[in-house]
Design a protein. Structure first.
Lengths: 194, 194
DNA sequence: GTGCACATGTAATGTGTTACATGATTAT
DNA sequence: ATAATCATGTAACACATTACATGTGCAC
């Protein structure tokens, strides 16, 4: 990982639409992305870091009379963002960086490929299933003498991962069906026209 | 919060049983507590910090011939740990610090009060229900123009919190029933003996 | 003219991560 | 002997948080 999660989040937000530091702060405070910092002491230095790396460029914004420094992505920033978005989803990410996986899901549309959402959901489903199996095995072998609270916490975790796996796989299949539907519809139209 | 999550985790592990830095590292690598660091550069400094604060004391351990510095909690450390374990569970913790809530659940037995587990689970249930409601309301009002991936991520989150809320409330009720059962059983025995 | 929202920053601090570093004991 | 495991540390770096600090434009 070449940048911090916050930095990738900012990159994605800026790619989604041109943003100033203040805009970004507001988005982070007002949406469930809030667990990323949201304080000026966190965002402004992060912006300068990714600017120094050449991933964003400031553009003076004179739409209003207020002082305002907006940013947009450079080609380098754009390709770095795409690299991050299209990273494979593995067990490690599901287990320890689920928030980032969900962030990548949220910004999947920035890849510009309508099919990638279905693929990404399927990857989440597979990796989560694998991790749930690993967790189940851990619970089976290692928790005989655990206190009640610890067993409960582990079972809660297992249940969560299992339900997440089902959900992701299911949503992926839904998209597959829709695509199939759209495709056969298009074929019908073609046949009709010919 | 007067100490870092890692520090509280270490405190709890040491209270559970006397540990050296190496023991702690092994526990962190081998259990799902793994997302707490696990590297020596993280654990040894943390140990020195809580030692400086007077929460743990090192005890030379000559059980084996290896060099080994084990720790145990001081009375101050013990009461700080209990303070942390018995903090109220609120929406903010559910939303942004769920891992810590689960850690506190895992070590609830260190409070020494068998009833506290049920109470803690009920508190998780209530706070999670509240947060799920807030998230649902956010989704209802704010996501009309969100990209598909973002909506999916939010719905996944909502589903997770809803299922967690149900689970916690249900487990709490199970414990309540068991307690009820145990109590009436004890009453029966008393009656029989008299 | 005063208070609020807009808007951007700096400094101090703590902490986690990575990489580097060392050495002892045990098992093969 | 030598590799693996036990065992403990340091240094450099990046990052987030908190608190502090400053100034502008708009609405009332």
């Amino acid at each position: 990982m070449r940048a911090s999660p916050l930095e990738y989040g900012l990159l994605a937000l800026i790619e989604h639409r041109r943003c100033s530091g203040y805009d970004l702060r507001k988005i982070l405070t007002e949406t469930p992305m809030r667990h990323y910092s949201d304080s000026p002491g966190s965002i402004y230095p992060a912006l300068r870091r990714i600017e120094r790396r050449g991933w964003i460029k400031s553009v003076a914004d004179r739409a209003s009379r207020r002082r305002r420094i907006a940013y947009r992505l450079t080609p380098n920033g754009s390709s770095e963002l795409k690299r991050w978005l299209s990273q494979p989803v593995d067990e490690e990410q599901i287990a320890y960086r689920l928030d980032q996986v969900m962030l990548r899901l949220s910004f999947n549309h920035l890849l510009g490929d309508p099919a990638s959402l279905r693929v990404f959901l399927a990857a989440i489903g597979r990796a989560t299933e694998d991790y749930a199996a690993r967790l189940k095995e851990f619970i089976r072998t290692a928790t005989a003498d655990y206190p009640a609270g610890a067993s409960l916490a582990l079972h809660a975790g297992l249940q969560n991962y299992q339900s997440l796996a089902r959900w992701a796989t299911n949503e992926s299949k839904k998209l597959q069906r829709d695509r199939g539907g759209a495709r056969s519809m298009a074929a019908k139209l073609r046949r009709r026209r010919s």
